[in-house]
Ligand binder design. Structure first.
Ligand code: AMP
Length: 113
Protein backbone atom coordinates (compact mmCIF):
# COMPACT_ATOMS: atom_id res chain seq x y z
CA UNK A 1 0.00 0.00 0.00
CA UNK A 2 1.15 3.51 -0.82
CA UNK A 3 2.36 5.56 2.11
CA UNK A 4 1.40 9.19 2.67
CA UNK A 5 4.64 10.61 1.25
CA UNK A 6 4.35 8.45 -1.87
CA UNK A 7 0.87 9.92 -2.34
CA UNK A 8 2.37 13.42 -2.06
CA UNK A 9 5.04 12.49 -4.64
CA UNK A 10 2.31 11.18 -6.97
CA UNK A 11 0.14 14.30 -6.31
CA UNK A 12 -2.68 12.14 -5.00
CA UNK A 13 -2.92 14.25 -1.86
CA UNK A 14 -2.15 17.96 -1.62
CA UNK A 15 0.98 19.38 -0.03
CA UNK A 16 2.64 22.77 0.05
CA UNK A 17 5.47 21.80 -2.29
CA UNK A 18 8.42 24.20 -2.29
CA UNK A 19 10.82 22.23 -4.49
CA UNK A 20 10.71 19.34 -6.90
CA UNK A 21 13.27 17.74 -9.19
CA UNK A 22 13.97 14.33 -10.66
CA UNK A 23 15.20 12.84 -7.37
CA UNK A 24 13.55 14.79 -4.59
CA UNK A 25 10.53 16.72 -3.43
CA UNK A 26 10.29 19.20 -0.53
CA UNK A 27 7.12 20.40 1.14
CA UNK A 28 6.06 22.21 4.30
CA UNK A 29 5.35 20.04 7.34
CA UNK A 30 1.64 19.85 8.07
CA UNK A 31 2.31 20.32 11.83
CA UNK A 32 5.19 22.78 11.96
CA UNK A 33 7.22 22.96 15.16
CA UNK A 34 9.23 26.03 14.10
CA UNK A 35 8.42 29.15 12.04
CA UNK A 36 10.02 27.39 9.05
CA UNK A 37 9.59 23.61 8.95
CA UNK A 38 9.76 21.65 5.76
CA UNK A 39 10.67 18.11 4.74
CA UNK A 40 13.02 17.03 1.98
CA UNK A 41 12.44 13.49 0.75
CA UNK A 42 13.71 11.25 -2.01
CA UNK A 43 11.23 10.14 -4.65
CA UNK A 44 12.75 6.71 -4.35
CA UNK A 45 11.18 4.63 -1.59
CA UNK A 46 13.87 4.40 1.08
CA UNK A 47 12.53 3.75 4.58
CA UNK A 48 15.22 5.56 6.56
CA UNK A 49 18.96 6.11 6.90
CA UNK A 50 19.39 2.67 8.43
CA UNK A 51 17.86 0.77 5.51
CA UNK A 52 19.49 2.82 2.75
CA UNK A 53 21.98 1.04 0.53
CA UNK A 54 25.38 2.27 -0.73
CA UNK A 55 23.74 2.75 -4.16
CA UNK A 56 21.62 5.50 -2.60
CA UNK A 57 24.61 7.70 -1.76
CA UNK A 58 24.00 10.04 -4.70
CA UNK A 59 20.43 10.59 -3.50
CA UNK A 60 21.76 11.63 -0.08
CA UNK A 61 24.26 14.08 -1.51
CA UNK A 62 21.56 15.53 -3.73
CA UNK A 63 19.19 15.93 -0.77
CA UNK A 64 21.83 17.96 1.07
CA UNK A 65 22.38 20.19 -1.92
CA UNK A 66 18.59 20.80 -2.07
CA UNK A 67 18.62 21.59 1.67
CA UNK A 68 21.38 24.18 1.10
CA UNK A 69 19.44 25.86 -1.71
CA UNK A 70 16.15 25.89 0.19
CA UNK A 71 17.81 27.21 3.36
CA UNK A 72 18.96 30.20 1.32
CA UNK A 73 15.52 30.67 -0.26
CA UNK A 74 13.75 30.42 3.08
CA UNK A 75 16.19 32.87 4.72
CA UNK A 76 17.59 30.31 7.16
CA UNK A 77 21.19 30.26 6.02
CA UNK A 78 22.43 33.35 7.84
CA UNK A 79 21.07 32.65 11.32
CA UNK A 80 21.35 28.88 11.07
CA UNK A 81 18.89 26.03 11.19
CA UNK A 82 18.62 22.35 12.03
CA UNK A 83 18.38 19.22 9.87
CA UNK A 84 16.90 16.14 11.56
CA UNK A 85 16.09 12.66 10.36
CA UNK A 86 14.27 10.30 12.72
CA UNK A 87 14.93 6.57 12.49
CA UNK A 88 12.62 3.86 13.77
CA UNK A 89 10.56 3.69 16.91
CA UNK A 90 13.05 5.12 19.42
CA UNK A 91 14.05 7.80 16.93
CA UNK A 92 10.44 8.93 16.74
CA UNK A 93 9.92 8.10 13.07
CA UNK A 94 6.20 8.15 12.27
CA UNK A 95 6.32 8.05 8.47
CA UNK A 96 8.24 5.15 6.93
CA UNK A 97 9.70 7.06 4.01
CA UNK A 98 13.09 8.74 4.45
CA UNK A 99 12.70 12.45 5.21
CA UNK A 100 14.88 15.23 6.47
CA UNK A 101 13.19 17.84 8.63
CA UNK A 102 14.57 21.35 8.08
CA UNK A 103 13.74 23.60 11.02
CA UNK A 104 14.50 27.25 11.53
CA UNK A 105 13.27 30.79 11.96
CA UNK A 106 13.97 30.83 15.70
CA UNK A 107 16.73 29.73 18.09
CA UNK A 108 16.18 26.01 18.66
CA UNK A 109 16.65 24.16 21.94
CA UNK A 110 19.19 21.40 22.50
CA UNK A 111 19.13 18.55 23.48
CA UNK A 112 15.87 17.20 22.08
CA UNK A 113 13.74 15.02 24.38
P1 AMP B 1 8.69 11.81 11.61
O1 AMP B 1 7.92 11.83 12.89
O2 AMP B 1 10.12 12.18 11.74
O3 AMP B 1 8.47 10.51 10.87
O4 AMP B 1 8.08 13.00 10.75
C1 AMP B 1 6.94 12.89 9.97
C2 AMP B 1 6.50 14.29 9.71
O5 AMP B 1 5.59 14.28 8.63
C3 AMP B 1 5.76 14.94 10.90
O6 AMP B 1 6.45 16.13 11.29
C4 AMP B 1 4.38 15.22 10.33
O7 AMP B 1 3.83 16.43 10.81
C5 AMP B 1 4.64 15.28 8.84
N1 AMP B 1 3.50 14.95 8.00
C6 AMP B 1 2.67 13.88 8.10
N2 AMP B 1 1.74 13.91 7.13
C7 AMP B 1 2.00 15.01 6.39
C8 AMP B 1 1.38 15.59 5.24
N3 AMP B 1 0.32 15.05 4.66
N4 AMP B 1 1.91 16.74 4.74
C9 AMP B 1 2.98 17.31 5.33
N5 AMP B 1 3.61 16.81 6.40
C10 AMP B 1 3.12 15.67 6.94
Amino acid sequence: MKGIFEKIIDKEIPADIIHEDELTIAFRDISPVAPVHFLVIPKKKITNVQTASPQDSSVFSHIFSVIQQLALKENLAEDGYRVVTNIGEYGGQTVDHLHFHVLGGRALQWPPG
